[in-house]
Design a protein around this ligand. Structure first.
Ligand SMILES: Cc1cc2nc3c(=O)[nH]c(=O)nc-3n(C[C@H](O)[C@H](O)[C@H](O)COP(=O)(O)OP(=O)(O)OC[C@H]3O[C@@H](n4cnc5c(N)ncnc54)[C@H](O)[C@@H]3O)c2cc1C
Length: 386
């Protein structure tokens, strides 16, 4: 491993975990790095093509079992997220939304028929999924959602809008959460159903190598069997978010690591005042502090991963990881940018792209403030949400 593995974490990984990490790293090096700056600049990414390639490697729904999924450990999944996000947060988002949100929701709460219909195709990247929880007027507070599903005979009729939905404009199926007379329920909505439209959200300054959209549901008629039978109440979508947040605990560190590797190489080769930038004490203080935060984050991710593989991981522990690791990753990206000077703002280097991406990662899957409230509730026994 590199000089950044200050604590020799590598030997704490199993042979299989290291192998999976290295295969994903190679894929990112060969397939993503040469193109990602251009995708980002153009705000276009060959998501379907990449999904098929990720599918071939078993990265889609990789921690799920059956239905063509790889059944990998939580730690292996986390390591894959770290490598993907070292390429770009947008690509890790593609994999997270597909596997941890859309596929997990169907795998955990769907009927056997729904699983057979969607999961094998999603695992190989032939079908793309998205997850519609956020609405134009309801983000951090999904309990106030206004998207409605009403019964009409045996059918369901859905009306409303979902906003900021990753993959929506390219998706084949959306897992949509809606209010019914019995509370929140989930639906597997084929995107070609009459009344469903998905508009791409443009002018993003972050996650530009990821497709984001708005879904409008205009009296969308669905058969009874479109409802996810096991999903009862808001705790169902929240459990999906816990899955995806776990991937972010690892993924965000991939972006941070890529920034730090870039800054380290730059500081070693760039000379000012007759010596490399890396030779100045102030630069070394920055590098040391960042490397310490990186390994602390990796230790935290590994610990949470081992808890997950033991079946003992609790949602507030994932909040600890998401809160800390994204916050520190963003701080690392910003600090690395200073080391690159003017080149730090250039798309020739990945640092500003990662920093911009991490702004979205800080906000989605629960903002930092929401995770502070989750941890605060655990500490005090008092909910500050309502
Ligand atoms: C690129 C991108 C992709 C996304 N993909 C998806 C997706 O695939 N599916 C999906 O469903 N959603 C997705 N989201 C939406 C994301 O989950 C929401 O943006 C997020 O939950 C925050 O909601 P909001 O933007 O409405 O902010 P708001 O909820 O309006 O919050 C605004 C600010 O107020 C703070 N705040 C809110 N409530 C409190 C409180 N009680 N106490 C203190 N502070 C508070 C927040 O922390 C934040 O700082 C995506 C977002 C982005 C940017």
């Amino acid at each position: 491993m590199t000089a950044l593995d200050l604590l020799d974490l590598d030997p704490s990984l199993s042979e299989e975990e290291r192998q999976i990490r290295d295969v994903v790293r190679q894929l990112v090096d060969e397939r993503v790095r040469p193109h990602v700056a251009e995708w980002y600049e153009e705000g276009r990414v060959p998501a379907r093509e990449l999904a098929r390639e990720f599918g071939k490697l078993g990265l889609l729904g990789m921690h799920l079992t059956g239905y063509g999924c790889a059944g990998a450990s939580a730690v292996a999944y986390g390591l894959a997220c770290q490598e993907l996000e070292a390429g770009d947060s947008g690509l890790r988002s593609l994999v997270s939304v597909q596997g941890s949100l859309a596929m997990y929701a169907i795998w955990r709460y769907g009927s056997e028929e729904q699983k057979q219909r969607w999961l094998p195709a999603m695992a190989i990247g032939e079908a793309i999924g998205c997850f519609g929880l956020t609405e134009p007027d309801h983000g951090s507070d999904p309990a106030s959602m206004t998207t409605r599903a009403r019964r009409d005979g045996d059918d369901w009729v859905l009306t409303g809008a979902k906003m900021w939905i990753t993959n929506a404009p390219i998706a084949d199926v959306a897992v949509v959460w809606a209010r019914t007379d019995e509370g929140v329920r989930g639906f597997a909505v084929p995107m070609d159903t009459s009344g469903v439209t998905a508009r791409e959200i443009g002018r993003k300054m972050s996650l530009r190598a990821s497709v984001t959209g708005e879904i409008v549901l205009d009296d969308v008629r669905l058969p009874a069997d479109a409802q996810l039978p096991e999903a009862v109440g808001l705790k169902a979508p929240l459990s999906c978010l816990t899955e995806a947040r776990y991937g972010i605990v690892w993924g965000s560190l991939g972006a941070a690591r890529d920034c730090l590797e870039t800054a380290l190489a730059y500081a070693t080769s760039r000379t000012q005042f007759g010596r490399p930038l890396a030779g100045f004490q102030l630069t070394q203080a920055k590098l040391a502090d960042m490397a310490v935060e990186l390994v602390k984050g990796q230790l935290l991710a590994l610990h949470l991963g081992r808890l997950a593989d033991d079946g003992r991981l609790r949602p507030e522990q994932v909040s600890v990881g998401k809160l800390n690791n994204v916050r520190e990753a963003l701080a690392i990206a910003r600090q690395c940018r200073t080391i690159l000077g003017a080149n730090g703002v250039s798309g020739e280097y990945p640092v500003m792209r990662h920093a911009n991406n991490l702004e979205s990662v800080l906000t989605y899957e629960g903002t930092s403030e929401i995770h502070q409230l989750v941890v605060g509730q655990r500490l005090t026994g008092l909910s500050a949400f309502a």
